[in-house]
Design a protein around this ligand. Structure first.
Ligand SMILES: [Zn+2]
Ligand SMILES: [Zn+2]
Length: 132
């Protein structure tokens, strides 16, 4: 990795879908909402947000619009979650990066849905959506 050209890649479990994110993440967060939990089959979603223009996506994905202007992309082959698109931003699952170093959560959202055995991180907590 050369200085000034931070580039991180990742993708789905089977390799059919790939992403490359250029530059720094705008923010990194955790979401405990029920939709993220069910969609990802995980206790919560850790995601890194990038500008749409900083991320290239490759492969043929399926998608589900879980709310207006919020599209959840996934792999039709292996079923992995791939990316969530909203507005001018892309949310990439931290767990889907080959090298997720430096992608550390800065806040937690939808903490009213947090499973009781998960401890809160020492970061700002939002009971529902993040308030900016
Ligand atoms: Zn796949
Ligand atoms: Zn969520």
């Amino acid at each position: 990795m050369s200085i000034g050209t931070l580039e991180r890649s990742g993708g789905c479990a089977c390799g059919a879908l790939r992403f490359v994110a250029h530059g720094k993440a705008l923010r990194v967060g955790l979401c405990h909402c029920l939709v993220c939990r069910k969609a990802h089959g995980a206790p919560y979603l850790a995601f890194a947000v990038f500008p749409r223009t900083a991320v290239s996506l490759s492969g043929t994905y399926a998608q589900w619009e879980s709310s207006p202007d919020y599209r959840r992309l996934y792999c039709q082959v292996c079923g992995s979650r791939f990316a969530n698109l909203t507005g001018a931003e892309v949310e990439l699952p931290v767990a889907s990066f080959e090298d997720a170093s430096g992608l550390v959560p800065q806040y937690e959202s939808w903490t009213i849905r947090r499973l009781p055995w998960i401890a809160a991180l020492a970061v700002p907590q939002f009971s529902r959506d993040r308030e900016s």
